[in-house]
Design a protein around this ligand. Structure first.
Ligand code: IMP
Length: 172
């Protein structure tokens, strides 16, 4: 199955490099804990950290709030981080900020543990659908209201392996 390409692998690659340089500048001389929000951010996270020339600890958190193409409005933690984040610089890495529920719930949860700093990086942002306003510190691309797949993003578990971001135009 092939999908209309929204963002090419080349564009993604160069934007990821730019974000990595911004992060490097912002955290020069510091250590960071990068927390990937599974599963969608795993490719973005892997590419991003390889471009950041700083001491990094990587961790993951897995949450679910989606069924098919719709948010259920509730956040369930399936797997929590192992790192102690108190007094540390933390960057939460998301694949996409859609309603904003996932990231805003995670920010609230993480802040309770008093990190030194807490930043948000996201590959994609769909402003048309936002319900929970969040500041995205490092955003790769703002997109129109499409359901997208590829570069880590799925539709019901499929298409994460596509090297580009495509528009899902199949049956829901
Ligand atoms: P939010 O909580 O509504 O912001 O949704 C965030 C999560 O929903 C993301 O981490 C994705 O896993 C999923 N999601 C939202 N929109 C899309 C999409 O267009 N394609 C694939 N997954 C999506």
């Amino acid at each position: 199955m092939s999908f209309p390409e929204l963002i090419s692998r080349e564009k993604i690659h160069s934007r990821v490099q730019e974000l990595a340089k911004e992060i490097e500048r912002d955290f020069a001389g510091e250590e960071i804990i990068v927390v990937g929000v599974l599963k969608g951010s795993f490719i973005f996270c892997a590419d991003l950290i390889r471009e950041i020339n700083l001491p990094i600890t990587l961790d993951f958190i897995s949450v679910s709030s989606y069924e098919g193409t719709e948010s259920t409005g509730e956040l369930k933690i399936n797997l929590d981080i192992k790192s102690k984040i108190e007094g540390k610089n933390v960057i939460l890495v998301e694949d996409i900020i859609d309603t904003g529920l996932t990231i805003s719930s995670l920010i609230t949860r993480f802040k309770k543990n008093n990190p030194k700093s807490l930043k948000v990086a996201s590959l994609l942002y769909k402003p048309a659908r936002i319900q929970h306003k969040v500041d995205i510190d490092y955003l790769a691309f703002e997109i129109e209201d499409h359901f997208v797949i590829g570069y880590g993003l799925d539709f019901n578990g499929s298409y994460r392996e596509l090297p580009y971001v495509g528009i899902y135009n199949g049956e829901v």
